[in-house]
Design a protein around this ligand. Structure first.
Ligand code: UDP
Length: 380
């Protein structure tokens, strides 16, 4: 059969756009389609009052992979943004994140690593002893993981409420690995990430996506599933980055996702919260965090050059039809369903699955790019 394209890429997010870039470089004919009216998937930004607003939530690029860092910087230079969120706790106080010496000082008044370790050890031991008494050797869920990692005070003030709001589930029902994403540090260092490299594209994320897709055929507002037979006939191979359960008509059941509802507000205030990310860790505050978008790209007092600011409050909700799915819920039940789809996907010879939705994996941006680069290296 004569195909118009070598690859049809379903989804113009980071995985699809990176694969498209490499395929085009390799001289392949590529078409990218996306059902949304814009490129970029969830990294898409909209310029409001001169501020790049992350329409689908804060995206902060971080990696220790030099190849990935060099690759994205070859498309658009990145700035030196460092993520240091703060948390407003149920007790009304403000704490530094991730959990580090500043947090321990704020929580317990301890000034040296030795004092902090002693306090942490006391609280951790309490949790470990309790588990042992119940005959449990390894943390079975997020609550046990958090208590044995960081102790009761931090769990109660900074983790429990936030996590249960974000996931809509009890911490006892969530997998332990979610909390292992967060570093625990015995230094006064508020950098949220341990990675070597971190930043935001200068001029915003759209520059990254536009650069990746330059010269590539793209069709927006197009739903693969509404004309599936047609789309399956336009290219020799498909790179599918959408929901894997939908690809297989939900034959093994629906996978669950969390998503976020955003409440955007433009303020006549130059500097609303003094930081890009402020988490609200109390179960009594309905939103999980407030993002003030200008701080991603303007530093220090340069934020006062623009008298306005755009903020977004994030409300975490269960995904349902019509919403954009954000976070896979990698609990046992969903993982079992995913494994069945994945077994089918592994047998496909003309379809490649990649990205958060197709792999049902809580990926950050850099690993997605690494994956797309590796895959394109094998494939092209
Ligand atoms: N988390 C928390 N308190 C916070 C921030 C994060 O307990 O103030 C926990 C929460 O369980 C969350 C996990 O850490 O799901 C990972 O957070 P991360 O910031 O990596 O989530 P993302 O930015 O991907 O939404």
């Amino acid at each position: 059969m004569n195909y118009k394209y070598d690859y049809l890429i379903v989804g113009a997010g980071l995985f699809g756009a990176t694969f498209a870039y490499k395929a085009k470089q390799a001289g392949r004919r590529v078409l990218v389609i996306d059902k949304r009216p814009h490129l970029g998937g969830n990294i898409y930004c909209e310029n409001i009052e001169g501020i790049n607003v992350h329409k689908y939530g804060a995206h902060i690029f971080h990696t220790s992979n030099k190849e990935v860092w060099d690759f994205v910087n070859s498309i658009v230079p990145f700035n030196r943004y460092t993520n240091s969120p703060i948390a407003v706790a149920p007790n009304g106080k403000v704490y530094n994140l991730p959990f580090n010496m500043n947090t321990f000082y704020q929580m317990w008044g301890v000034r040296t690593p030795e004092e902090a370790i002693a306090e942490l050890e006391t609280q951790r031991k309490e949790a470990i002893d309790k588990m042992k008494a119940d005959g449990i050797s390894e943390p079975r869920n997020l609550e046990e993981q958090a208590l044995t990692l960081i102790g009761k005070d931090i769990y109660e003030q900074l983790i429990k409420g936030y996590t249960e709001k974000q996931w809509g589930r009890d911490c006892k029902e969530l997998p332990a690995f979610i909390i292992r994403r967060l570093p625990v540090r015995m230094t006064f260092n508020n950098n949220y990430f341990n990675d070597y490299y971190q930043g935001i594209p200068i001029g915003g994320y759209n520059k990254l996506i536009d650069g990746l897709l330059e010269g590539v055929d793209v069709q927006l507002n197009v739903d693969f599933f509404s004309e599936r037979n047609y789309w399956e006939g336009v290219a020799a191979k498909i790179v599918f980055t959408g929901k894997i359960d939908e690809f297989y008509n939900y034959r093994f059941g629906k996978l669950e996702y969390r998503t976020v509802r955003f409440e955007f507000e433009t303020l006549d205030i130059a500097n609303y919260q003094g930081n890009s990310v402020v988490n609200y860790t109390s179960a009594n505050v309905p939103f999980t965090r407030i993002i003030e978008h200008k701080h991603f790209e303007s530093f220090g007092n340069s934020v006062y050059e623009n008298p306005k600011s755009v903020i977004s409050r994030e409300y975490s909700v269960e995904w349902e039809e019509g919403l954009e799915p954000f976070y896979p819920i990698n609990d046992e039940k969903n993982q079992e369903i995913y494994n069945k789809y994945s077994a089918l996907a592994n047998k496909e010879s003309n379809v490649i699955f990649g990205g958060r939705l197709a792999e049902y994996k809580y990926y950050d941006m850099a690993p997605i790019i690494a994956k797309a680069l590796n895959l394109s290296g094998d494939e092209l």
